[in-house]
Design a protein around this ligand. Structure first.
Ligand code: NAD
Ligand code: TYD
Length: 356
């Protein structure tokens, strides 16, 4: 079992990264330091970790504002903090944005990952007591028909600029493992939901639009299927892979929880109606089918038997409990929502809607 003194978390101010840092710093099996390296793009929000900064800033938690596209800045962070592990979350992560503006996806997801690998290779040389964990997505595998699921053996078939850039970054990590012996693990996870998710993604977008009486835009027929997992279950799996996963190996992470988009929206409407005391019929009347996303992947599903059988991972959160607690979190954080939905967010939503 590996143990680490200083973990460099990239993208720690975003949705999954901030949840990961909170998870890690609450665990007994990690007593070291965390360095959060984040450029604070539109998706990064220091508020997500304000409590951690207040309680552990300067002792166990350190923030580095840096862009992974800037090799010198990444190297400087390595020199300052001397991490013995990296967990790499930083990415441009939204498919719709990758369709309207793919350039940042190529530079951050590909070049940024390359820079981190170069910095790690130079700093770690042939050390074997270190780890580069790369966080990736099931979208690298493409799109499924009605049956079957993705596993670690599924050939890559990315179909959006987002998934193509993530696929390229996965392959770079693999290549550094093979060629330079860099101890590296990769995880490919399905769709996450939970607190602090930026409200451009399906679940928080729909919750907040319901609360504001705005239309609920369903792309195309809404029969696309996603496999939903609570962010805490994802992060528990990432930590398990970092501690016990085999170097050079990939692990698929999934919720074993497939939902058609329209069915999921129906369930969210029921939950928001119950939790916010709103009329479900009125909420249902907000559902609007809009032009489909270009190249929209039809179905994703993950077979996570390797993670379960090799490392003993099990999902802890039931979907019903997880979705309800997520709705409650957004209801209890209206100020946060208001702040992240101002400025850049508004102009992006206008651009995205204009597409339809
Ligand atoms: P997010 O968009 O919420 O957060 C991304 C974070 O990365 C932000 O804090 C942002 O400021 C930072 N960042 C972006 N570009 C940067 C750059 N050039 N330099 C430094 N920091 C930069 O994303 P998320 O949903 O938390 O996803 C995190 C990771 O997990 C991504 O790699 C994503 O591909 C992967 N993933 C996400 C999901 C999901 O459902 N959200 C599922 C599977 C895998
Ligand atoms: P999203 O949260 O963007 O994740 P991903 O594209 O990575 O799976 O979208 C989840 C699903 O919901 C996807 O099939 C697209 C669909 N969707 C809508 O129908 N309407 C929306 O406004 C959004 C953001 C997504």
């Amino acid at each position: 079992m590996r143990s680490f003194k200083t973990i460099l978390v990239t993208g720690g101010s975003g949705f999954i990264g901030s949840n990961f840092i909170r998870y890690l710093l609450g665990r007994e099996d990690f007593q070291g330091r965390v360095v959060n390296l984040d450029a604070l793009t539109y998706a990064g929000n220091p508020e997500n970790l304000a409590d951690i900064e207040a309680s552990l800033g300067g002792s166990r938690y350190f923030f580095e504002k840096a862009d992974i596209r800037d090799l010198a800045a990444v190297q400087a962070a390595f020199e300052r903090h001397k991490p013995d592990a990296i967990v790499h979350f930083a990415a441009e992560s939204h498919v719709d944005r990758s369709i309207l503006g793919p350039a940042d996806f190529v530079t951050t997801n590909l070049m940024g990952t390359f820079n981190l690998l170069e910095a790690a290779r130079a700093a770690w040389k042939d050390r074997s007591d270190v780890l580069f964990h790369h966080v990736s997505t099931d979208e690298v595998f493409g799109s499924l028909g009605e049956g079957g699921s993705f596993s670690e053996e599924t050939p890559y078939d990315p179909r959006s600029p987002y998934s193509a850039s993530k696929a390229g970054s996965d392959q770079l990590v693999r290549a550094y493992g093979h060629t330079y012996g860099l101890p590296a693990t990769i995880s490919n996870c399905s769709n996450n939901y939970g607190p602090y998710q930026f409200p451009e993604k399906l679940v928080p977008l729909m919750i907040l639009n319901m609360l504001e009486g705005k239309s609920l835009p369903v792309y195309g027929d809404g029969k696309q299927v996603r496999d939903w997992i609570h962010v805490e279950d994802h992060n528990a799996a990432v930590w398990l892979v970092m501690r016990e996963g085999r170097a050079g190996r990939t692990y698929c992470i999934g919720g074993e929880n497939e939902w058609e988009n329209v069915r999921l929206l129906g369930r969210l409407i029921e939950l928001v109606a119950e939790e916010a005391g709103l009329d479900p019929e009125k909420l249902r009347s907000l559902v609007t089918h809009v032009k489909d996303r270009p190249g929209h992947d039809r179905r994703y599903a993950i077979d996570c038997s390797r993670l379960k059988s090799e490392l003993g991972w099990e999902r802890a959160m039931s979907f019903d409990e997880g979705l309800r607690s997520t709705v409650r979190w957004y209801l209890g954080h209206r100020d946060w929502c208001e702040r992240v939905r101002s400025g850049e967010y508004r102009s992006w939503m206008d651009k995205n809607y204009a597409r339809r």
